[in-house]
Design a binder for this molecule. Structure first.
Ligand SMILES: [Cu+2]
Length: 138
């Protein structure tokens, strides 16, 4: 049993993803929602699907994208974001992002906001710690 558990733990670690440039947009304290952006790199030879994000700093956390509707950019919730095999997906302004809705307290510049990302396909969960930064609009 111990050997089986060890193999499970090793394979769990082997299927980690890489994260770069993780950041949360600083907004005025009265703003109830903000965006989280991160580059997700998938070094594996299978596609990985982000299906959910969680954070204790917000009442709701949603996966979003931007679409153009009637000439206006609108945000829409999406059920998943795919990171292709041997590729990467950038969560960035004007594109896919994670939305923190109903912040439990105002964000401070340079503060770390732990966010748990939930994946399908061997990866399960990974925690990122984006820092609060001033980010330009797209
Ligand atoms: Cu959004």
């Amino acid at each position: 049993m111990k050997i089986a558990l060890l193999i499970m733990l090793l394979s769990f670690n082997a299927f980690a993803l890489e994260f770069q440039n993780a950041r949360v947009r600083l907004l005025p304290p009265s703003t109830p929602a903000t965006g989280v952006f991160v580059d997700i790199i998938n070094p594996h030879d299978f596609d990985v699907t982000l299906v959910k994000a969680k954070s204790s700093r917000a009442k709701r956390v949603e996966l979003h994208t931007h679409i153009k509707e009637n000439g206006m950019m609108m945000m829409r919730e999406v059920p998943k974001i795919i990171i292709p095999a041997k590729g990467s997906t950038q969560l960035k302004p004007g594109s896919f992002h994670i939305m923190l809705i109903g912040l439990t307290k105002p964000l401070k510049l340079n503060e770390e906001i732990p966010i748990t990302l939930v994946f399908k396909d061997h990866i399960k969960e990974q925690v990122i710690k984006p820092t609060v930064q001033k980010i330009k609009r797209h």
